[in-house]
Design a protein around this ligand. Structure first.
Ligand code: BMA
Length: 330
């Protein structure tokens, strides 16, 4: 999708895909959907979803000085599923989103724990990506696509997530005083309907980026077609002090499966980011995404251009706001 200048909003790295099963130091099926963070030493750390050859997923850390190549991959799973102590992880753990929380001086990892009840949201805290403090399930099945905001809102922690309810597969926000007990649930963005690209399901991608204009948020939209689902990416902006208020929502998708490694793989036609890093200029977005559930790829964009794109491309009254949630549960 192009900007007003004719340039694409996000540009694929010439090195794509940057991580595949061939890079792995142990036998796996595939690697995709990684959380991302810039460490204090300047390294980029990707916490990758790795699918083993039973079909079950765990998380494994890969580190690189430039965030593109020469990845140093942990020789064994960094965060394996632990179904003995956490039965909700029976069928593996998936799709981590990492948020650095300055108040706690720790990284919060919200991930999908998968078991007989379906996918749910679990939380783990870490300082070093070596030892992890598991909080267990914080949102029960069916729920996924979660990330913590990096600071409290009105004294409460805020979690964005995607429960599936009789209302549909929409993005919700919930609040907590202690990261363990959650309430104040509200819908923050709804899947559209009918022919829209984001008609059937939506969910948060990487954790929202705090900007002067609001929380800049990349989300995925799913369109079901006669030959399967297409996962594409959209942009929305939420109020800084009241993040359940959507200020702007792009009409069209801004990134979709086009390259061969995005169009074909274990699950075709999927681009699925779970993390980004921001460049030293404070503007560049390095977006890491799973491609067709088979590899990790990188696309580069800009906060400034994304905000300008939203100004120019959020005109449709159907999906657009500002509005308060249509449904809220006290
Ligand atoms: C979603 C998640 C993602 C996956 C995508 C496409 O529901 O499970 O991990 O990339 O489906 O298969």
């Amino acid at each position: 999708m192009e900007t007003r200048t004719g340039l694409p909003l996000f540009t694929r790295s010439a090195c794509n895909p940057i991580l595949t099963q061939n890079h792995w130091p142990y036998t796996i099926n595939s690697v995709f959907n990684a959380g991302a963070v810039k460490l204090a030493d300047g390294d980029t750390l990707l916490l990758c979803r790795v699918e083993d050859r039973r079909g079950l997923s765990h998380l494994c850390a890969a580190r690189s000085a430039n965030g593109i190549d020469n990845w140093r991959i942990d020789p064994q799973p960094t965060l394996p599923a632990n179904p003995r102590d956490y039965p909700e992880e029976l069928w593996g753990i998936e799709d981590p989103r990492i948020t650095y929380v300055p108040e706690l001086e720790q990284y919060a990892i919200a991930y999908t724990s998968f078991s007989r009840g379906g996918p749910g949201v679990s939380l783990a805290m870490t300082k070093d990506f070596k030892t992890f403090d598991r909080y267990g399930v914080i949102a029960q099945p069916e729920d996924k696509d979660a990330a913590l905001l990096p600071r409290r809102i009105d004294g409460l922690w805020a979690l964005i997530h995607r429960p599936v309810t009789s209302l549909g597969a929409h993005m919700w926000i919930s609040y907590s005083p202690d990261l363990r007990h959650w309430g104040g649930h509200k819908i923050m963005l709804e899947a559209r309907r009918g022919g829209w690209w984001d008609a059937n399901k939506i969910g948060l991608c990487s954790p929202p980026i705090e900007t002067e204009k609001g929380w800049l948020t990349i989300y995925h939209g799913v369109r079901q077609t006669a030959s399967g689902s297409i996962y594409r990416l959209g942009l929305a902006l939420f109020d800084l002090d009241c993040p359940e208020i959507c200020l702007q929502r792009g009409d069209s998708w801004m990134f979709g499966p086009e390259a061969a490694y995005e169009r074909g793989g274990d699950v075709k036609d999927v681009v699925f980011p779970c993390g980004q890093t921001i460049g030293d200029d404070g503007d560049t977005i390095n977006l890491y995404y799973g491609a067709s559930d088979s590899s990790i790829a990188l696309a580069t964009g800009s906060i400034r251009s994304s905000l300008a794109w939203l100004d120019a491309n959020s005109t449709s009254p159907e999906g657009n706001t500002p509005q308060r949630s249509l449904v809220s549960v006290p």
